[in-house]
Ligand binder design. Structure first.
Ligand code: NDP
Length: 400
């Protein structure tokens, strides 16, 4: 039994909050605090009466460390679950440090003015978190998140050493719009318009955006085009999985999405450099976000499935071994259950599970930890219980 402060009330937070309320044996009380309090109040109103979890709401600017400290001191949570945007990570980590409170997030810090996400800013808190005796669990979504748990599970149960990991993220959902993003458009477009990269033989190999394309026949979905991207878990898995020679990350994109993205890039709409517009400075990408469909509105329209997983190759008892772990999630089933599509669902469920394991002390640092540093078994069990059952194959198609 414990208390969680949840910061942010967007697509991912909404799922995590539904799941905390389903899991009221673990989440006795939650406080939902975000920039726009009316969204927190609407969710509270929807969920109250359906759960034993006590729900409170508050307005907070998560970039204001003093305001966060005051909120944490008054609510006294066992864990703070950060489901705002990556820009807020360090401010929320500062507030947790000042109040000696455990911290969980789903995405690593990214400065607002440079589209470059790296763990170095958050890893710089390691010693201070250790000294304070508190735990920060970084990246408890699906990717990063479940992908790291899958890697730790594969290493613990199936391999003596893992040499190759391919992370494959397929969203075969169709929302019927020519162009929309499935989570925060600003964060999503920053990620996919950046150079790609993969980790090989101890160093990064950089590629142009979408330069490397493969077709993969996804179980329960079929063949899809996928493209190599840089992704944050490559950085931590490259360090934490012994014997690793190469890790790559691929994500599927449809032709319509890519054509629109290319056009938006060509006309400058994805830029994060401020421009002067009618006497005011605006950032083109933020303006674009304002005119695109809100990801939260895609839920009722999205049909189809996601399949996210990892193919591992390595050695067991001196022999070569291949192992594929993945989850398939149906957009409409997610919508029926919690009112959100599968991209928010596949992130919100692991966020709840990570917060639960830190809150009840199953996962204890102290220090700043990536998810693959913990025992994967309780998390794998919880995935099956809370809506993201996983499947395995010992003879998967490989990516060349
Ligand atoms: P949304 O834009 O839907 O939600 C973000 C929420 O944070 C909104 O409620 C927003 O408030 C709130 N917020 C933003 N800035 C502040 C602030 N300064 N103070 C307080 N609240 C603030 O994003 P998503 O739910 O799609 O994504 C949430 C996080 O999940 C992101 O960090 C994203 O990168 C991550 N993610 C991780 C994935 C994974 O697999 N690991 C996959 C998908 C997403 P308001 O309502 O006022 O806008």
């Amino acid at each position: 039994m414990g208390k969680a402060l949840i910061i942010g009330c967007g697509g991912v937070a909404s799922v995590a909050i539904h799941k905390c309320c389903q899991n009221s044996d673990a989440f006795e009380e939650i406080l939902i605090a975000s920039r726009t309090k009316s969204k927190c109040d609407a969710l509270k109103e929807k969920l109250e009466g359906t759960t034993k979890t006590k729900i409170q709401t508050a307005q907070v600017d998560a970039d204001d460390v003093d305001a966060l400290v005051a909120l944490i001191e008054s609510f006294q949570p066992d864990v703070v679950l950060n489901l705002a945007l990556p820009y807020q990570d360090l401010h929320i980590m500062d507030a947790c440090l000042k109040t000696k409170t455990n911290y969980v997030d789903t995405a690593n810090y990214e400065p607002e003015d440079t589209a470059k996400f790296e763990y170095k800013w958050q890893w710089a808190y390691r010693e201070r978190y250790e000294q304070a005796g508190i735990t920060a669990l970084l990246g408890s979504g699906f990717d990063p998140g479940v992908t790291g748990v899958f890697a730790a599970y594969a290493l613990k149960h199936h391999f003596d050493e893992i040499n190759y990991i391919d992370i494959l993220d397929c969203n075969a959902g169709d929302h019927g719009y020519p162009f929309a993003t499935n989570f925060n458009p600003e964060i999503n477009i920053r990620e996919v318009s950046a150079n790609g990269s993969y980790w090989e033989d101890g160093h990064w190999v950089e590629t142009k955006p979408m330069e490397i394309k493969r077709v993969y026949n996804f179980p329960e979905i079929g063949p899809k085009d996928m493209y190599l991207l840089h992704h944050e878990e490559l950085e931590s898995l490259g360090l934490n999985i012994p014997g690793i020679k190469r890790i790559r990350f691929f994500m599927t994109f449809g032709e319509s999405y890519l054509n629109h993205l290319r056009c938006l890039e060509d006309v400058g709409m994805t830029s994060i450099e401020p421009i002067e517009f009618e006497g005011k400075k605006i950032i083109p990408l933020q303006f674009l976000k304002a005119v695109l469909p809100d990801p939260a509105s895609l839920g009722p329209r999205t049909k189809g499935k996601t399949n996210i997983g990892c193919i591992f190759r390595g050695k067991k008892d001196g022999r070569d071994k291949t192992y594929y772990l993945y989850n398939v999630c149906d957009h409409q089933e997610c919508y029926r259950e919690v009112g959100s599509q599968a991209v928010s669902y596949t992130t919100g469920v692991p966020a709840m599970i990570g917060a639960m394991l830190v809150m009840n002390g199953t996962w204890k640092g102290p220090g700043v930890k990536n998810i693959e540093e913990f025992d994967p078994d309780p998390f794998m069990e919880a995935l099956n219980k809370w809506g993201l059952p996983w499947k395995e194959s010992f003879d998967p198609e490989l990516v060349d």
